[in-house]
Design a protein around this ligand. Structure first.
Ligand code: FDA
Length: 392
């Protein structure tokens, strides 16, 4: 039986950050993970370059049943604090777009940084360790693992959400929360491509590979970023962002030409080139393949000279407010994150500790706090991990 002050379940972004901070306080800390390698999601993130934070990170970039829950942790360990750590380790980085910070070379630099910090703080990471059972028979937690029993005063759950099961992701954290009587907000795949059926699916398939700058909305929420047609439906940053807000059975609205006044462009084209086909004129605004397909879908036919203002206005409206109802999402197989998770009402926003079970902490993606695309999810992992690390 190994006795510990702090046992961290999950050696991903949040778990490693928490272990570093707790060990710096002189606590005896062990991190266990069932995977062969640590922090696999960091390795594959940001196309291998890890979008490790966002310079504009603010509470408004997070979804949660309690939108205020993240405020304290984000304030106490901000994007600037994480950036200082990256700079201390001389990791070259750059800002890509919209405040997104990436490694110049490789996401592995971030993993190496965390493991170096972990070692320097005097904590260890034990991989390929299955968790068999967790209990709290007295004032300490007992954890049965494939590598023997462990006991700890504080147990930190940092096992993430079920997104991308082939990376070792599980819903273990939710089961553990329920075992200890904590509420879990129903999880759902987020930052995930949307799928379509019938004519829209076929249309997307024919346009597979075409991308445009678009403004995609659901209700009052809108994102202006890239949109990509795929064989299954729609993807790209604007679609991934809106997937976190989209509700089943309801349409999303796509503005395919957010930059220009479509009616004005078409009206001017009618004046200057009246013999031009309407679908050719759409090519002034959209990639040719898309213009061709949409002129069929929206029945935009004939020469410009023959189109009334009313017809041009209708065409503009169709391109500005294309209504599409997804049938679903690609699910956890490709989702970057999971919405929902351990109900924040169960946790202290200062320490991440459960109010029902003293010594039990939840951090990172397992908690009902989900960031927008763009480095926000890692920032939540760093901030919540740091918060728990001060108290566990
Ligand atoms: P995380 O999933 O990182 O770690 C959990 C750990 O627990 C894993 O090591 C896992 O093996 C372990 N574990 C799980 N179940 C276990 C069990 N039963 N027993 C033992 N161990 C267990 N975010 C961002 O901000 N910028 C980005 O660029 C990207 N890019 C990106 C790309 C892709 C493809 C994905 C899937 C996700 C992203 N993300 C992202 C999201 C980001 O990866 C995610 O929010 C964080 O990794 C969450 O950190 P956690 O530490 O909470 O969980």
């Amino acid at each position: 039986m190994r006795d510990l002050d702090v046992l961290v379940l999950g050696g991903g972004a949040a778990g490693l950050m928490c272990a570093i901070e707790a060990a710096k306080r002189g606590r005896k800390v062990l991190v266990i993970d069932h995977a062969k390698k640590p922090a696999e999601k960091i390795r594959i993130s940001g196309g291998g370059r890890c979008n490790f934070t966002n310079i504009h990170c603010a509470p408004a970039n997070f979804l949660s049943r309690n939108p205020r829950f993240c405020v304290s942790a984000l304030k106490r360990y901000s994007q600037h604090d994480f950036l200082s750590l990256v700079e201390k380790h001389r990791i070259p980085w750059h800002e890509k777009t919209l405040g997104q910070l990436f490694c110049d070379d490789s996401a592995r630099d971030i993993i190496r940084m965390l493991l170096d910090e972990l070692e320097a703080a005097g904590s260890t990471l034990q991989l390929e360790t299955e968790i068999r059972a967790v209990s709290k028979p007295d004032d300490r937690f007992s954890v049965a693992t494939s590598k023997g029993p462990l006991r700890a005063h504080s147990l930190v759950v940092a096992t993430g959400g079920p997104s991308i099961p082939k990376m070792g992701a599980t819903g273990f954290g939710y089961e553990l929360a329920r075992q200890f009587g904590l509420e879990v907000i129903a999880p759902r795949a987020a930052l995930v491509p949307l799928t379509f059926s019938d004519a829209n699916k076929e249309l997307c398939g024919r346009l597979s590979g075409v991308s445009v700058d678009a403004k995609v909305s659901f209700g009052k929420t809108a994102f202006r970023e890239g949109l990509l047609f795929t064989h299954r439906g729609l993807s790209g940053p604007s679609i991934l962002q809106i997937s976190s807000y989209w509700q089943e059975g309801q349409p999303i609205s796509v503005n395919l030409v957010p930059e220009a006044d479509v009616f004005e462009v078409l009206r001017q084209a009618r004046q200057e080139t009246p013999k031009q086909e309407l679908k050719t004129a759409l090519g002034l605004l959209l990639p040719n393949r898309l213009a061709e397909e949409l002129s069929g879908t929206f029945s935009l036919k004939g020469r410009l000279a023959d189109q009334s203002d009313k017809v041009l206005r209708r065409a503009a409206e169709q391109l500005d407010r294309w209504q599409l109802t997804p049938v679903g999402t690609e699910g956890y197989r490709t989702a970057e994150v999971t919405l929902g998770g351990v109900d924040t009402r169960e946790l202290s926003s200062k320490t991440m500790e459960s109010s029902k079970v003293p010594g039990l902490y939840f951090i990172g993606e397992v908690v009902d706090v989900t960031g927008h695309l763009g480095g926000f999810n890692f920032q939540w992992a760093w901030s919540s991990g740091h918060a728990a690390g001060q108290f566990a």
